[in-house]
Design a protein around this ligand. Structure first.
Ligand SMILES: Nc1ncnc2c1ncn2[C@@H]1O[C@H](COP(=O)(O)OP(=O)(O)OP(=O)(O)O)[C@@H](O)[C@H]1O
Ligand SMILES: [Mg+2]
Length: 285
């Protein structure tokens, strides 16, 4: 079960996120008071995005990858009444009940492959995990990786497990290969074989069953073709379990030279001083 907290203050929207996640202050007793990144059930992406966040975020954490701790956030839509931005107000009003929260990492910065090196073992674990869950949202264009206190953290697992959008064809979809040529960590020579040898044996039916138990019933009930929330949970286990054993054989990485890198900022390549340095010069002038 996800720890549950209650939102008591909406702080600000995180404008970078397509789903308009927000920062909230929430509390559920027992040391849970704090600031959380909140993803809303009323967002256009729908509740399956939140299911994917819980399953992948929890699984990654159980495998030892760094993902901010997840919680369920109870929201009283009344909180939206004082919100001046009408888009945010609509989101809050349509998200009464249980939403997803993750611990806010204050001061975290977006991953930049020019500024931060990742060793091949860590890169391998992340690429293998993304292949397991079919993550299409960790490209160099939008890495969904943060650097916090010197470490790499994984966020945003909403665009994974594409098979849950069409359950009758899920078996075939879950058997598909994973193209990692565009992956944000592809340039770091990911050691997939070592990652698979370490992680695949740990993805057991028992572990997956514990992980899917964390998804709140209210995000699973009413799924077409299923009689209960537990039936949907079992479908997630059935898709992930066989994939864990063999997905490493179906990961495409491409040659290292082919990996696109994000364009370096002009001040970096032109030999000019950094924007901060220019600003400081400007100040001095
Ligand atoms: N736990 C966190 N701590 C600090 N900042 C975070 C955290 N989670 C998200 N962010 C910030 O919020 C932004 C949006 O988060 P996220 O990528 O999860 O949202 P999204 O709406 O799913 O995004 P996308 O536009 O990629 O679909 C991130 O790029 C990051 O800057
Ligand atoms: Mg994102």
């Amino acid at each position: 079960m996800l720890t549950e907290v209650t939102a008591n203050r909406y702080i600000t929207p995180l404008r970078e996120g397509g789903s308009l996640p927000g920062l909230v202050e929430a509390d559920g007793g027992r040391g849970t008071f704090g600031t959380y990144v909140m993803k809303f059930t009323g967002a256009g992406q729908g509740r399956k995005t939140l299911v994917a966040e819980v399953i992948c975020g929890t699984l990654a954490r159980r495998l030892g990858l760094r993902v901010p701790r997840l919680v369920g956030i109870r929201l009283d839509p009344v909180l939206g009444l004082g919100e001046p931005d009408s888009e945010v107000q609509d989101l809050l009003k349509s998200s009464g009940g249980l939403n997803l929260g993750m611990e806010y990492l204050p001061g975290a910065i977006g991953f930049d492959s020019l500024a931060y090196r990742v060793d091949p073992f860590e890169a391998g674990r992340v690429v293998w995990f993304d292949a397991l869950v079919g993550n299409v949202d960790r490209s160099w264009r939008n890495p969904n990786l943060l650097v916090w206190r010197g470490d790499l953290w994984l966020i945003d697992h909403g665009a994974t497990m594409i098979w849950h959008h069409n359950w009758p064809a899920a078996g075939a979809a879950a058997a598909r290969p994973y193209d990692a040529s565009d992956h944000a960590l592809a340039p770091f020579g990911p050691d997939i074989a070592t990652a698979a040898a370490e992680l695949a044996p740990r993805v057991t039916e028992e572990l997956l069953t514990e992980v899917v138990a964390d998804v709140p019933d209210e995000w699973l009930t009413g799924e077409a073709g299923f009689g209960s929330a537990d039936e949907v949970r079992r479908a997630y286990v059935s898709a992930l379990l066989p994939r864990a054993a063999s997905v490493h054989e179906r990961i495409t990485l491409g040659a290292p030279a082919e990996h696109p890198r994000p364009p370096a900022p002009g001040w970096f390549t032109s030999g000019a001083s950094s924007p901060n340095a220019s600003a400081r010069k400007g100040e001095a002038a």
